[in-house]
Design a protein around this ligand. Structure first.
Ligand SMILES: *[C@@H]1O[C@H](CO)[C@@H](O)[C@H](O)[C@H]1NC(C)=O
Ligand SMILES: *[C@@H]1O[C@H](CO)[C@@H](O)[C@H](O)[C@H]1NC(C)=O
Ligand SMILES: *[C@@H]1O[C@H](CO)[C@@H](O)[C@H](O)[C@H]1NC(C)=O
Ligand SMILES: *[C@@H]1O[C@H](CO)[C@@H](O)[C@H](O)[C@H]1NC(C)=O
Ligand SMILES: *[C@@H]1O[C@H](CO)[C@@H](O)[C@H](O)[C@H]1NC(C)=O
Ligand SMILES: *[C@@H]1O[C@H](CO)[C@@H](O)[C@H](O)[C@H]1NC(C)=O
Length: 496
């Protein structure tokens, strides 16, 4: 019997391999940075705290989902109030130190939420509350989706949020957000009604479409460029029990599964449905790993029949609570994630995805036999972008055609393999993009790639923000004229 988690993204076999290298392998922080830490410590209220590298709290805060994201910060600060965030950003704006804002720590790109400078950890912003009257949920920017679902489940409501356990709320929401509920309600950002935002001037703003239309637009896909979000307000929806779960097929059924998945993507338009379909290589073996989802206790007759008819090595399909659909993975491995915008998952496109997985699994297995690769199709229905206004958000850069965020995720354990993996991932991303164009998918470059999946070894900030870079830089020049937020990592506004 193959292990379920080893197949889907992988990784009990890595646990313990690389975790030890997470914190103190690097050089000591500079005196200047430590002095900034001291200044912060003496300025913040008792709701907040600074931790140096001689503490347990510091070590916990340096842990990220991927070991390759980790860096040793000079210190870690946990603000407990928006006022203290304002003080910290004010100090950093003067000292010009590099800093990072860490939510869930799931970013696979180094420096996006890690730093050798001052690490700001949002975990104390952990409040979640449901307001029945407005039917909205306030979610602190230090929570992970697990916390949100645990809170909302007994209330029988839900929000458009993440699908993977451990993923942080803020990074997911500031980048766009594909969810189990995306076919029904669109991207997560299309369901945000407000933000609490600390801007670099120190003001604490309640941002919504009416109060600050420019910031409201810029925070929907514009990441950490405009300030530090401390709270999100999301629309709520009733959440019934759902139907679905995981299927794993032996790769010998590739042809049948490709046919069935292509047919499903072409024909099923029910907004309650979702399908995730991947070729997954781990431990020297390829499998097809899928998740089927229906946002009600029973799917309509026939909808998933062809997929379910194919024999499985692992099958866990049932009527269940929403929270049990959320996949619990933890990745104490090195890793990288990339994406290729895709117009449609036809049979030739899925065959090409299969070929990419096979080709790179064979190649990378020789470099590091612990490598795990997942090439995943996310066939959303064609109406998903209709839940937001054209031009209403930074992501996607165009709502003309919904581009599906094909996801490529590699993980491995040998630090010496990093550069080969980074180059291979980039080559694979390019090859699959070229293949899509050769197959007639001419619109795949009509909007930028999804930044939450995109590797910074392959894509630039210009690729991510594309035609929205100019407007985003204008909004930023109003609210962050001294480019304080440029001292953090991530997809960055470069002035146009
Ligand atoms: C690194 O941190 C670990 C965990 O806190 C500690 O046990 C170890 O002694 C530290 N090593 C060095 C060289 O500081
Ligand atoms: C840890 O280091 C800081 C800064 O160097 C120092 O002020 C503090 O006393 C140390 N704490 C412990 C527990 O050693
Ligand atoms: C992250 O930042 C560090 C130090 O600023 C730099 O050495 C490193 O190359 C950066 N990593 C990436 C992947 O850009
Ligand atoms: C990997 O394969 C080996 C040999 O077939 C097996 O013993 C081991 O349990 C597998 N590991 C996982 C995580 O599936
Ligand atoms: C997933 O596992 C983590 C760590 O073991 C735990 O904190 C979290 O609550 C789990 N999530 C779910 C949805 O079970
Ligand atoms: C399979 O993928 C590799 C790597 O991108 C490429 O070189 C090869 O031409 C592809 N084969 C087919 C049949 O498309």
């Amino acid at each position: 019997m193959v292990s379920l988690s080893a197949l889907s993204v992988a990784l009990p076999l890595f646990i313990g391999v690389a975790v030890a290298s997470t914190t103190n392998s690097s050089v000591s922080p500079s005196a200047a940075r430590l002095s900034t830490c001291d200044t912060i410590q003496s300025s913040i209220s008792s709701a907040s705290e600074v931790f140096f590298s001689n503490t347990t709290e510091y070590n916990v805060n340096m842990v990220y989902n991927y070991v390759t994201s980790v860096q040793s910060a000079a210190c870690s600060v946990e603000p407990g109030t928006p006022q203290d965030v304002a003080k910290i950003i004010g100090i950093l704006g003067k000292t010009r130190d590099a800093f990072a804002i860490k939510g869930g720590g799931h970013s696979y790109n180094q420096n996006f939420s890690s730093t050798p400078g001052i690490q700001i950890v949002m975990k104390r912003f952990n409040k979640i509350s449901y307001d029945k009257k407005s039917n909205t949920v306030d979610i602190g920017a230090g929570t992970i989706w697990d916390d949100v679902y645990k809170y909302l489940q007994p209330l029988n409501v839900n929000v458009v949020g993440g699908r993977i356990s451990g993923v942080g709320v803020p990074g997911f929401l500031l980048g766009g957000g594909y969810s189990c509920l995306t076919n029904a309600h669109g991207l997560a950002i299309d369901n945000i009604v407000g933000f609490e935002l600390v801007v670099p001037s120190g003001q604490i703003l309640e941002v919504n479409a009416k109060s600050h239309p420019d910031l409201f637009w810029g925070l929907q896909g514009g990441y950490n460029n405009l300030g530090v979000v401390t709270k999100f307000t999301l629309k709520a929806y009733p959440q019934p029990k759902i139907w679905g779960g995981l299927l794993v097929n032996d790769i010998k059924y590739a042809d049948q599964m490709i046919e069935a998945a292509a047919k499903f993507s072409a024909e099923v338009t029910d907004p309650k449905s979702e399908l995730f379909f991947s070729f997954s290589w781990a431990n020297g073996t390829m499998n097809i790993v899928s998740k089927v989802y229906y946002n009600a206790p029973t799917p309509p007759p026939g909808m998933f029949d062809e997929i379910l008819a194919i024999p499985t090595v692992e099958r866990d399909i049932q009527t269940r609570d929403f929270i049990t659909f959320i996949q619990n993975i933890s990745t104490d491995a090195r890793g990288e994630h990339s994406t290729v915008p895709t117009q449609a998952y036809t049979v030739p496109v899925l065959q090409a995805l299969y070929n990419e997985t096979t080709y790179w699994s064979n190649a990378m297995f020789k470099v590091d036999p612990t490598v795990a690769l997942v090439y995943a199709a996310e066939p959303y229905i064609s109406s998903i972008l209709s839940h937001g206004q054209p031009g209403g958000s930074v992501y996607p850069t165009s709502r003309e055609v919904p581009l599906l965020p094909t996801s490529i995720e590699w993980s491995w354990s040998d630090p010496n393999a990093d550069s080969v993996m980074n180059a291979g991932m980039s080559a694979s991303t390019q090859a699959f993009n070229n293949k899509l164009i050769a197959l007639g998918q001419k619109k795949v470059t009509s909007a930028g790639p999804y930044g939450n999946y995109a590797s910074n070894f392959h894509y630039t900030s210009q690729d991510i923000f594309g035609s929205n870079m100019h407007r985003l830089s204008q909004v930023k020049s109003t609210w962050d004229p001294h480019n304080v937020m440029g001292q953090t990592g991530g997809w960055k506004v470069v002035s146009a």
